[in-house]
Design a protein. Structure first.
Length: 132
């Protein structure tokens, strides 16, 4: 959506109407996903296969680092929403700030998903759902 805005194909109010609800939904799901993994799956997987403890600890530390990105997305998303709702002249600047936060978060989120694919998914495929 941000790339569509950057290319000039949609204006700030249209982007706002699409992006803010999508961002809220994404962040809520991501936070819930991480809470379930860190609170339930990671400990269960570590008990199931203690040899992967280092990998599980890496994934759990990633959650802490990603949480900082989540906080930044919430703050910049809120600032964009307030700017658009208030008719602020700097709304486009707020979009760009949010876009920069999203750009910074993307690589770490992608790497974390790749790490989960290499560590968690094979173990679940081999041993089954540890909470199952």
């Amino acid at each position: 959506m941000v790339e569509t805005w950057r290319s000039g194909r949609i204006d700030v109010p249209t982007l706002h109407g699409r992006l803010i609800p999508a961002l809220q939904q994404f962040l809520q799901h991501l936070d819930g996903h991480h809470r379930i993994e860190s609170g339930h799956y990671f400990p269960a997987l570590q008990r199931l296969e203690p040899r992967i403890a280092a990998g599980i600890e890496l994934l759990d530390r990633d959650h802490d680092a990603i949480h900082h990105h989540i906080e930044a997305m919430v703050e910049t998303g809120r600032a964009l929403h307030q700017a658009v709702a208030g008719g602020a002249a700097d709304a486009a600047d707020r979009v760009e700030r949010l876009a920069e936060v999203l750009d910074r978060a993307g690589p770490q989120l992608a790497r974390h998903l790749d790490d989960e694919e290499e560590i968690v998914i094979p173990l679940i495929a081999l041993r089954g759902d540890p909470l199952g």
